[in-house]
Write a protein of this length. Structure first.
Ligand SMILES: [Zn+2]
Length: 300
């Protein structure tokens, strides 16, 4: 009898944890609450997936780099920002997938980005930029949001081509809070960037675990989400299963590293069109943005 019970219990447990985290799809759930609905690929029929271009997102290359924008943060020195951001990505890279680590390596670029707007240039050089933004509301972002990660991807395959992270320093003051948090209204950079790094890597908001890094809301001054929960770890291990690398590593962004904004490289004719050239995949670009909010909505 014991043999019967044990497998049954294990099955229930595994099914429960496997459904908690949420993978980014090419369409967003769009709900404005902390308890966000997770849209999953199998919520849609194969015909609907085909017709609407619904795919799961993720990087296909195992090695990535991000570039912190040269102006840095108003509230923290560059070396502190570099250390906090590096630690945030490292938490995902070092997740424990049954004794091994996810097959994804993210490192800082050798040179900073010089572009303070999110952008992806099909057929050109790129940078996965992390930027602190002064003109947050002018960009049309909600003032209460802490941060926003924008991801460009192929709507045919779901391959992520570029990801850029905007941090709101118009509404908020950034800090490296003590372990138990800040209580002066400042926002912990590590707490926020660890969450945004999850989006950068292809995770969406987890629907039912307020303690998880990928929960959609946070308090200002919170540090809880610096550390991944089992839910977050299950997600990153599923997206990038350990041992799937063939050892080849190309860190440079798609099209090569280019720190400048497209506007800075234009020929001045104003006639360049996105997707020119031979990059056919550029015609299939999608764009997905995730905001991370201060807890201002009631949970249901
Ligand atoms: Zn988020």
């Amino acid at each position: 009898m014991r043999l019967l019970w044990m497998p049954l219990l294990l099955l229930v447990f595994e099914a429960g944890t496997a459904r908690a985290w949420c993978r980014s799809l090419s369409i967003a759930s769009g709900s404005a609450s902390c308890r966000q609905r997770c849209l999953r690929l199998d919520d849609f029929s194969p015909e609907e997936q085909e017709a609407r271009g619904i795919v799961e997102l993720g990087w296909e290359r195992p090695c990535l780099e991000y570039a912190i924008e040269a102006r840095g943060a108003r509230d923290l020195p560059p070396e502190t920002v570099e250390r906090i951001v590096g630690a945030a990505f490292a938490r995902w890279m070092e997740a424990d997938c049954d004794g091994r680590t996810p097959n994804i390596t993210v490192r800082p670029s050798a040179a900073p980005s010089e572009c303070n707007v999110p952008e992806y240039v099909p057929g050109g050089g790129n940078a996965n930029t992390l930027m602190f933004v002064d003109d947050w509301t002018d960009r049309g972002h909600a003032s209460a949001a802490f941060a926003l990660t924008t991801t460009w991807f192929s709507t045919r395959t779901g391959e992520i081509y570029d990801a850029d992270m905007e941090l709101n320093q118009e509404s908020w003051t950034w800090a490296e809070c003590p372990e138990d948090g800040c209580d002066d209204g400042r926002v912990d950079l590590g707490n926020t960037v660890t969450h945004e790094a999850g989006h950068f890597l292809g995770l969406a908001h987890t629907p039912d675990n307020p303690a998880a890094t990928m929960w959609a809301c946070a308090e200002e001054g919170e540090t809880l989400k610096r550390d991944l929960t089992d839910d977050d770890i299950a997600g990153i291990c599923a997206l990038y299963p350990p041992g799937s690398s063939d050892g080849a590593c190309e860190f440079e962004p798609r099209g090569g590293f280019d720190p400048a904004c497209r506007a800075d490289r234009s020929t001045g004719c104003g006639c360049s069109t996105p997707g020119h050239g031979d990059d056919a995949a550029s015609l299939l670009l999608g764009l997905l943005a995730f905001g991370w909010w201060r807890r201002r909505f009631k949970t249901s």
